[in-house]
Structure formats: C-alpha cells, structure tokens
Design a protein. Structure first.
Length: 160
C-alpha cells in the first residue's frame, strides 16, 4: 500500500512524514513542488481548496495544471459578471504563481471546478486525476467519497 507520503525514520525509530511523494514534478528539467504552487493558489481569498497536478507534456516532460474550488457565495457576490470574474480569477492565480514560485513553474491553466475528488478521509486523489489527464483509463478507487465528482471532472481533466 502506497500512502503517497514520503518521510524518514531516525535512529531512535521515530517516523517523520516530510511530504507527498507526488509533490515534485519535472518541468523542462526543473524539479518543482506542486505543493508550493497549491500554497500560492490557496492563499487567494476566494479559493476554498485546490490541487495542482503534473500532466505529461511532450516538450517539457510535465506541466502543472491547477484546479480550484471557490468559497461559498463568491459567484453570488459577483452576480451577472460571474463568467468574466472566472477569467479574471484564473489570470490572477496564474500571475500569483508566476510571481511567488517563478516563471519556470509554467502554470498556465487553472480550472474552476465545483469539487475535488477525495477519499472518505479527505485526501485529494491527485494520482487518479493525473492519470485521467494523461489519457489513462483510471479505475475509480474504492476509497473515494463520491464517484460523481470524478465523473464530473473527467472532461475538464481530459480537456474534452
């Protein structure tokens, strides 16, 4: 069983969880942390939760793609300009990552989604999302909280 967490055990037998094993992606020879990019996206006042995954790219190896869930009431607050707001927010989030992580991060796509697929314990299914985005026929994990969320995301992940 792979938990998705990396860590170490010290000489006294204490276990230290250091981070996710799927946290590092290779973008044009640069090893970047998706967790760092997620931290930037999550800092936006309108973002409730987010995920960044590395998607296969022929030229760069991998490119990051972001997915954000907005806080309740954000679209109501924006009213009739909601569609324009989504475009503005996407551009704002991309610029925040560029400013705080660097241009080499190459985050150019941020999708605003209604929910992220999670296990019953709350862990976001990044590996499953990445597989679907890479065109693989990923099975729905038995630990998923709601398979409907994954079905709704498939077209967004595959850009259909």
């Amino acid at each position: 069983y792979l938990t998705g967490d990396g860590g170490r055990i010290d000489s006294d037998g204490y276990v230290f969880v250091m981070g996710r094993t799927d946290d590092v992606i290779n973008v044009a020879g640069h090893r970047l942390s998706t967790g760092g990019m997620e931290e930037v996206l999550a800092s936006h006042p309108d973002v409730a939760e987010c995920a960044v995954i590395g998607v296969a790219d022929q030229m760069k190896g991998q490119i990051p793609r972001g997915f954000v869930v907005l806080k309740a009431g954000v679209m109501d607050r924006e009213g009739a300009s909601a569609e324009g707001y989504e475009d503005k927010l996407r551009a704002e989030l991309v610029q925040m990552v560029r400013d705080q992580v660097g241009a080499v991060a190459s985050l150019k796509e941020v999708a605003i989604v209604p929910a992220l697929p999670k296990t019953r314990s709350g862990k976001i299914l990044r590996k499953t999302m990445r597989g679907i985005a890479d065109g693989l026929d990923e099975p729905v994990p038995s630990t998923i909280e709601s398979a409907d969320v994954l079905d709704q995301l498939r077209p967004v992940l595959r850009k259909e």
